[in-house]
Design a protein around this ligand. Structure first.
Ligand SMILES: [Zn+2]
Length: 279
């Protein structure tokens, strides 16, 4: 399946921090808004589409059974609605199902058995398959074991998948895994793109992108944060503006990165600026 047509693919920007901005609270699980405030989620997707992205990512980062049960929602409905909302934003856009970590560590590091972790991922992917999702974005992963389990769940359904881990500026996840570990793991599966998202701003991601690019021939994706957040009177303000963000993204494209987008703190303005510089 060719998703790229030999051109760089521009994903959208943050969902979570956009929801926080509109709702004026950080105390919210954005996924639940698929049920309670679908119009707001649709509006955010539409803003990114207007900004010129090639694909929108569903508001389903935390829509796994465990997390949704904890906040009193049915994960199936949340994911289905999330995909519907993204689809209804535009007929002519690719829709990626967003899947993040379960949020609890897997044995022996934590309480979740490998079997139930596999089942939790499988349930999410199954809905994506039934709803005809274009591809899956598995992102912000920090545990290599969990990444492996998630990719095994995707393998069963034959859906194109982009896999991304989150590294600090020294290049390790908070559990200590490296780019090398990630590449070894994704190469056991079929992934369309591999890369890094969240944790750092675009400048600190340059080195990580370089390392990923030289370790694999799989297309590489980057989705940095808009720098480092600072608490300004209760609001999180990120310290990299769209100009600087787009400049570093362009540098990474010149290095060979094929898929770009924005993570926490980015807004439609960032995506618009990237579209202008990569046109
Ligand atoms: Zn992020």
């Amino acid at each position: 399946m060719i998703l790229f047509n030999n051109r760089v693919m521009l994903l959208d920007g943050a969902m979570g921090t956009m929801v926080q901005k509109y709702k004026k609270t950080r105390d919210i699980i954005p996924d639940t808004l698929n049920i309670t405030e679908g119009e707001l989620i649709k509006k955010i997707h539409s803003e990114y589409i207007d900004a010129g992205c090639d694909a929108v990512v569903t508001n389903t980062f935390r829509s796994n059974r465990l997390t949704m049960e904890e906040c009193g929602f049915n994960y199936k409905e949340v994911i289905k609605r999330g995909i519907d909302i993204a689809r209804s934003s535009s007929k002519n856009i690719l829709v990626a199902q967003d899947i993040g970590p379960i949020g609890k560590l897997i044995e022996p590091k934590g309480p979740i058995s490998k079997e139930s972790a596999f089942e939790i991922y499988r349930e999410q992917v199954k809905i994506g398959k039934e709803e005809g999702i274009d591809f899956i974005l598995l992102e912000t992963m920090y545990d290599i074991e969990e990444l492996d389990i998630a990719l095994s769940a995707v393998d069963d359904f034959n859906i194109p998948v982009f896999a991304s881990m989150t590294f600090d500026k020294e290049g390790s996840t908070f559990l200590g895994y490296t780019v090398n570990d990630m590449i070894k793991t994704v190469e056991k599966h079929k992934v369309v793109a591999v890369g890094a998202n969240c944790s750092t701003g675009p400048y600190d991601m340059l080195k990580i992108a370089e390392e990923i690019l030289k370790s694999t021939s799989i297309p590489v994706l980057v989705k940095p944060n808009a720098g480092i957040p600072k608490d300004v009177g209760g609001d999180l303000v990120y310290d990299v503006d769209e100009e600087e963000f787009a400049k570093d993204i362009l540098s990474m494209i010149k290095m060979g990165v094929k898929v770009v987008g924005g993570c926490c703190g980015t807004t439609p303005r960032y995506i618009k600026r990237i579209r202008e510089v990569i046109k």
